[in-house]
Design a protein around this ligand. Structure first.
Ligand code: 8Y7
Length: 275
């Protein structure tokens, strides 16, 4: 798949490293420090084997408030510019705002990652006008309320219906089907049971014939199962990453890049001997 002039083979699962540029990373004094800090994090993630860096300035955790446009632009655009200037890597922009997408593309982003699947005003048009891949994520409800009793007929069937609808909208707007990546959206309007059914049956999404992105790193589906805090979720997250890769995941979005790359290397070596 081609991400802004950069070719990436996703037939073996690739690791997307999460770079967080939300306010706490700014607490130690202004933009210079936060950009230097971001570049150091990126350098480490690339050394550890990440092939995509996901940059996001809006918290989408359950209960998060909407971040204003100007604030999101100020957080994200200088960081994307700095990364693309310094490193030869693929930068993904995690945003749902058309203007952030537009400026991120101009700053060198190689992938649009939208947890709202281009449903906000202007997003379809911005993505149609560029040639970048786009990740459409499934979410039931909106971040503030999505964990209040999510309901499905059939979790996979409902998510496939959602993707068929969104892909039709994308294609009608001029976004080629070949540019689309789908993501079941673990934790976005799903109970623990629904998240694990989705992971068990993730391979069924492959019937769409599109690459699959999976993100479960440190999420509540790990923490609530194991009854542990964020910093104790590494082993659970690695297990989820390996299962996602085994069930058709092409890109795995994680915080702990080195550990995930190692875990996936063991999986890949094993799969080499499958008959
Ligand atoms: C996902 C995501 C988040 C995910 C994609 C977190 C931005 C929540 N989760 N993007 N973003 N897929 N594509 O805990 O699962 O990382 S934010």
């Amino acid at each position: 798949m081609l991400f802004a002039e950069k070719q990436l083979d996703i037939t073996s699962p690739q690791v997307m490293g999460i770079l967080n540029v939300t306010p706490d990373s700014f607490s130690d004094g202004g933009q210079f420090n936060s950009i230097e800090n971001a570049l150091m994090q990126v350098e480490q993630m690339l050394a550890d084997g990440a092939t995509i860096i996901d940059v996001g300035g809006e918290s989408t955790r359950p209960g998060a408030a909407d971040v204003e446009l100007q604030q999101e632009l100020q957080r994200v655009i200088p960081v994307i510019e700095a990364i693309t200037r310094r490193f030869n890597t693929i930068v993904s922009v995690d945003t749902s705002k058309a203007e952030v997408m537009r400026q991120a593309i101009a700053a060198g982003a190689g992938l649009i990652n939208d947890v709202r699947a281009l449903q906000n005003p202007g997003c379809l048009e911005v993505v149609a006008e560029c040639e970048l891949p786009v990740c459409l994520m499934h979410m039931q409800g909106m971040p503030r309320t999505m964990q209040h009793d999510p309901q499905y007929g059939d979790v996979i069937g409902d998510i496939l219906d959602f993707f068929n609808d969104r892909i039709a909208q994308c294609v009608a707007a001029g976004i080629e089907r070949e540019r689309i990546i789908i993501d079941p959206g673990y934790g976005f309007g799903k109970t623990l049971e629904q998240n694990y059914e989705l992971l068990a049956r993730q391979q069924e999404l492959a019937c769409m014939g599109l690459p699959i992105l999976s993100g479960m790193s440190r999420k509540s589906m790990i923490g609530n199962l194991l009854n542990c805090e964020l910093e104790q979720r590494l082993a659970g997250s690695l297990s989820a990453a390996v299962i996602a890769a085994l069930h058709g995941g092409n890109i795995i979005r994680v915080h702990d890049v080195k550990e995930t790359v190692d875990a996936l290397a063991v999986l890949n070596k094993t799969l080499q001997f499958r008959r």
